[in-house]
Design a binder for this molecule. Structure first.
Ligand code: V47
Length: 376
């Protein structure tokens, strides 16, 4: 459908004039304001949000929906931070804790030799005794076994803590990781940027200014990254727009973010278990508003191990153009927090089918969105 037809349809179906103004801007590729973002959350009904976010997605990404072939390495869940939403962290020696040695990591990497995967996503916890030099060795170990793999590793929170322990500056630390073989950084640890809310949900880890500074510096040093937003806790719609606004501002400066990944709070086995999880309608609305508001981050990811395969597929009608990857049952962060996918794994065929039956063109990508294979 042409943008002019979409606009006429929205008009003919009696859409409120404030929403029509927002739609007109978004359809023309113009940036919407903070207040307009909040209006979308408050006033936008599901069919309106679907139609508008779908048009924006199509302008940016055509009919392509991306996935990759990847696995995770989670070196440890022993963590010195105490985030109220986390079901994963343990103290050293506590039941359910783990800390893999470099030999364990080498064996894990060896088990993927010849499997033709393009990415390893390394994410863990803020281990009290492991510094930057340990993690640089870990990256070198993986690269020595899988020389062609893209290493997307370490949230800004992990990077912050490991660099501080090593006594290097932020630039020196990031350069050391890059030299060891780190190719890009995942988007975790962003949670919600509003300082008061952040202090209530994760008081003892990297603050908002620190997270943004680390990504800004990484981009400047040629390390691209992603960005996440943890939603469905105690934040307001204004906080969500504020979060995306800060990312939009940074992206204007650096252009280093590839993908935005909203992360739905899952409430099992953590200190916020009394908070009800967001509804599917809210999840879909959140994807749509993100696609319309974040005009300068090219990709929007529905991370299926967290949201479930069915909702991930539905999200393709709400601005999403990326489903992450095959995963190979190698991550525990979401299964421990009660996600439906207790052993997350998807075959290429399954992802291709999910995308095709949503009417889109599946594309296998590498981490940086270079096309590996199209499934027209
Ligand atoms: O920062 C932890 C989140 C993040 C819960 O860059 C939770 O491609 C919901 O960074 N409910 C880590 N969310 C994961 C992450 C990530 C995931 C997928 C793709 C990418 C990417 C990055 O997981 C943490 C936190 O925000 N998280 N616990 C929970 N109970």
């Amino acid at each position: 459908m042409q943008n002019s037809d979409i606009f006429s349809l929205l008009k003919a179906t009696g859409t409120d004039s404030r929403l029509l103004d927002i739609a007109e801007k978004a359809l023309k590729g113009e940036r919407i304001s903070f207040d307009e973002g909040v209006t979308l959350y408050r006033e936008g009904e599901i069919p309106f949000l679907s139609m508008l976010s779908n048009a924006v997605r199509q302008r940016i990404n055509d009919e392509y929906v991306y996935f990759n072939r990847n696995f995770h390495i989670e070196p440890t869940n022993i963590c010195e931070s105490h985030c109220s939403f986390c079901s994963y962290r343990r103290d050293a020696g506590e039941e359910g804790s783990w800390e893999h040695s470099l030999n364990d990591i080498r064996r894990k990497a060896e088990s993927y030799v010849g499997k033709d995967l393009t990415e390893v996503h390394i994410v863990g916890a803020v281990h009290p005794d492991r510094d930057l030099f340990y993690y640089a060795d870990l990256v070198k170990t993986v690269k020595s076994v899988l020389p062609d793999i893209h290493i997307k590793g370490f949230t800004a929170v992990e990077v912050d803590a490991m660099i501080k322990k090593s006594g290097l500056s932020l630039e020196e630390g990031l350069q050391t990781l890059k030299k060891a073989g780190l190719d890009s950084m995942p988007g975790g640890g962003a949670e919600i940027f509003d300082e008061k809310t952040r202090a209530r949900i994760c008081p003892d880890k990297t603050d908002t200014a620190g997270w943004l500074k680390i990504h800004e510096t990484a981009h400047r040093l040629g390390i691209p990254s992603n960005a996440t937003m943890l939603y469905g806790l105690i934040e307001t719609y204004e906080h969500r727009i504020d979060h995306m606004n800060r990312l939009r501002d940074l992206q204007d400066q650096t252009n280093g973010f590839n993908t935005f990944i909203p992360l739905k709070f899952r409430h099992s086995n953590n200190a916020f278990s009394h908070i009800a999880e967001s509804t599917t309608m809210e999840d879909l609305k959140n994807y749509a508003v993100a696609r319309i508001f974040l005009d300068n981050i090219p990709h929007l990811k529905a991370y299926w191990p967290m949201i479930g395969k069915s909702v991930a597929q539905l999200s393709l009608a709400f601005g999403v153009d990326d489903l992450d990857g095959t995963i190979d049952d190698s991550t525990k962060i979401y299964s421990m927090a009660g996600a439906e996918e207790q052993n997350p794994s998807a075959s290429t065929d399954e992802l291709v089918k999910m995308i095709k039956t949503a009417g889109k063109v599946p594309v296998e990508r590498d981490t940086l969105y270079n096309i590996v294979r199209r499934f027209d």
